[in-house]
Design a protein around this ligand. Structure first.
Ligand code: NAP
Ligand code: GDD
Length: 323
């Protein structure tokens, strides 16, 4: 018998990488998609797996749709990746962000509790929950949360609900507190992909400048393909728990820009970058750096792609796409 998994957020960045990993492990994969006049399967197409996923209709803001899906599928594992995940947009759409990222999680956990209580649950928690919080310059499972955006606040609610369902009802629920992870199918609004796409366009003469916000922010950037392995490992462990997942190394946006231009063979990057206040945030998270010792020790998880390899992979993919 094949294991079954339901992935919400299947059409985003992480959904396709996780689906590919589970298909390689011979799972039957269901993907939750919300109604769209023009659904976009391009990220699944990029990995060549669109035809191997079974799509089910539902929306995180519609409780009855989640109940129906749980009733019909009763998956052994649920990976809740669906979210309004763009921090920068969360001030303008704070209510929607809360409904999808926080209340939606409550709906999904309730559906699991009522209809499929043996289902194991993964919650896509985030380093944005730490915000200003740090422990001697890094963040681990014991670091206090101090979120800085409506997105971060919504994810803190979802984090604690996930813990609370574990403690109250003994459900197998885990939080993966993932630091930034990127790939050639990262959404174009996020800074890494905005840079790799912009650099590729400048290289090919399609664009003259790249407009960015705060270049001083530092992030612990890894490769999405490595991080989905940690999600899967959490649900295979004998005890449900919460884990920080990151590389343990961070870099500024400026360093990312410099490396991306250099990967395209352009050394004078300052000629092309324009600082635009529109891309600065009302409250910034200045510095994120994971201490993923617990994931190394308990899950035996290690990232493989280096920062340099990630930047090169993204720039090369965008050059290829545009050529
Ligand atoms: P993403 O590319 O933005 O994908 C999010 C997915 O959620 C999209 O497929 C989107 O569907 C879906 N979605 C949004 N609203 C929905 C709704 N109301 N009902 C059902 N589905 C909905 O995000 P990602 O980078 O893959 O990240 C996956 C998860 O990990 C997110 O929860 C994110 O907050 C979290 N996370 C990400 C990172 C990171 O660095 N990538 C780090 C930590 C945590 P459409 O395609 O229809 O828009
Ligand atoms: N998006 C964007 N666009 N960010 C910019 C820009 C710009 O033009 N210029 C500078 N930045 C800075 C942001 O201010 C932020 O400090 C940093 O680049 C990273 O921004 P994003 O790539 O948008 O990612 P994020 O760190 O805010 O959020 C991502 O990572 C979180 C995990 O820490 C998202 O994937 C979240 O969903 C995820 O939880």
């Amino acid at each position: 018998m094949k294991k079954t998994a339901l992935i919400t957020g299947i059409l985003g960045q992480d959904g396709p990488y996780l689906a590919r990993l589970l298909l390689e492990k011979d799972y039957k994969v269901y993907g939750l998609v919300r109604r769209y006049s023009n659904p976009n399967f391009s990220n699944l197409d990029f990995l060549g797996i669109t035809d191997r996923v079974e799509f089910v209709d539902g929306d995180m803001t519609d409780e009855s749709s989640l109940i129906n899906v749980l009733k019909n599928v009763r998956p052994e594992e649920v990976y809740n990746l669906a979210a309004q995940s763009f921090v920068g947009g969360s001030w303008d759409q704070a209510k929607l962000t809360t409904e999808v990222n926080a209340v939606g999680v409550l709906y999904l956990l309730n559906a699991i509790k009522s209809l499929s209580p043996l289902t194991k649950y993964y919650q896509a928690s985030t380093s944005e929950m730490f915000g200003l919080g740090n422990t001697n310059g890094y963040q681990d499972e014991a670091t206090p949360f101090h979120p800085r955006s409506p997105y971060g606040v919504s994810k803190v609610y979802a984090y604690w609900m996930t813990v609370n369902f574990r403690e109250s009802y003994r459900l197998f629920t885990c939080n993966g507190i993932l630091f930034n992870h990127e790939s050639p199918i990262r959404g174009i609004q996020f800074v890494t992909r905005k840079i790799s796409d912009g650099v590729a366009r400048i290289k090919l003469g399609l664009k003259k400048e790249l407009r960015l916000g705060n270049l001083d922010a530092k992030r612990d950037w890894g490769f999405a393909g490595d991080y989905v392995k940690a999600m899967h490992l959490m649900l295979q462990h004998d005890q449900p728990d919460d884990y920080v997942v990151g590389t343990g190394e961070n870099h500024s946006v400026r360093e990312f820009v410099e490396k991306a231009f250099s990967a395209a063979g352009i050394s004078d990057w300052k000629k092309y970058v324009v600082i635009d206040p529109r891309y600065k945030r009302p409250a910034e998270v200045p510095d994120l750096k994971a201490k993923p010792d617990k994931a190394h020790r308990v899950l035996k998880w290690q990232p493989e792609a280096s920062f340099d390899a990630l930047v090169k992979m993204m720039v090369e993919a965008d050059l290829q796409r545009l050529q």
